[in-house]
Write a protein that binds this ligand. Structure first.
Ligand code: NDP
Length: 284
């Protein structure tokens, strides 16, 4: 059976495929298409939307706000705070600005975008304050590698972190060495960003690889669907592809129903093996 959801703390089941928004809100002439894509995604069950104050400096959050107007309750809304805003009063102000752009009273999940000038304790404290103020429902982190997560776990309240959002796709499997097994052991869901390898040479390599193409052909699926199904075949992992068109978003939603055969998974594993040693966390 295809994996349709990932379980968060409090037995909250979220769709195993959500929607990313990086590069949305940058070009005025594309905004209608972006809103339509996000709405088609919600209709198709991709109800987790990932955004950040960073994306188009608030522009992506405005596009999301437009897309979810009148249907906030259907969506699990995730945004991220810049590292240099991730503590004290700056965090409160950054969150309030995100809420305003998104047209909502509260975020379902707020993430530290990456580690920066604030000590983790300060970020955790700010997240607590935001929860107490009702502005966020839960918090998590992004781009934290295994050692960073151990440091977070040393802080008692650090263990309230509900996810680590990291780069993960068939061509970049470094997290399988230590971070992913640890998250699985601790039952921390992982949100895989760049599940389609975003852009550039590696994406071209994956998209045109004969094994990936053959697996897609065998499963009567597209290469993008194979890449998404591969990501979410891992326990506790969800994927948040960004799609700027209704066509792409529907294709991605259909990947929720795609189960790759054991033979296909083995072929993909041989073609793109995970590194057998520690490698620094891949980031974009
Ligand atoms: P993705 O791997 O999701 O790739 C996005 C690209 O794939 C776009 O060019 C999109 O094109 C294309 N695409 C989408 N669906 C299909 C399809 N079915 N067939 C072919 N091409 C397709 O890269 P992102 O960098 O966008 O990562 C996903 C999300 O993760 C981001 O949008 C963001 O929300 C989050 N992220 C988080 C980071 C962090 O530091 N925490 C860093 C990077 C990303 P088109 O737009 O034309 O549909």
């Amino acid at each position: 059976m295809a994996k349709q959801s990932v379980i968060f703390p409090e037995a909250l089941a979220l769709p195993a495929i959500g929607q990313g928004t990086w590069y949305m809100g940058e070009q005025a002439h594309q905004q209608r298409a972006e809103v339509a894509a996000l709405q088609a995604g919600i209709d198709a069950g991709l109800t987790l939307i990932d955004t950040a104050e960073m994306y188009a400096e608030g522009g992506a959050e405005r596009v999301v706000g437009e897309a979810i107007r009148g249907r906030r309750d259907e969506v699990f809304l995730v945004s991220k705070v810049y590292p240099w805003n991730a503590g004290g009063q700056k965090a409160i102000a950054a969150c309030e600005a995100s809420l305003k752009r998104l047209g909502t009273d509260a975020l379902d999940l707020y993430l530290l975008h990456w580690r920066g000038p604030f000590a983790l304790e300060e970020t955790v404290a700010a997240m607590h304050t935001l929860i107490q103020q009702g502005k966020i429902r839960r918090w998590g982190v992004s781009n934290l590698d295994y050692d960073d997560m151990q440091a977070l776990w040393q802080l008692g309240a650090g263990r309230e972190c509900v996810t680590d959002q990291v780069l993960y796709h068939l061509g970049s499997r470094g997290i399988e060495y230590d971070l992913l097994p640890w998250c699985q052991q601790e039952q921390i869901p992982v949100m895989a960003y760049c599940p389609l390898a975003q852009a550039g040479r590696l994406r071209q390599e994956l998209m045109s690889d004969p094994v990936v193409k053959d697996v897609a052909h065998q499963h009567n699926a597209s290469v993008a669907q194979v890449l998404l199904a591969w990501v979410i075949s891992h326990r506790g992992v969800m994927a948040i592809p960004k799609a700027g068109s209704v066509e792409h978003v529907r294709e991605n939603a259909a990947a929720l129903a795609l189960t790759l055969s054991d033979e296909a998974l083995a072929r993909l594993d041989r073609a793109f093996p995970a590194p057998g040693r520690k490698t620094p966390l891949d980031v974009v």
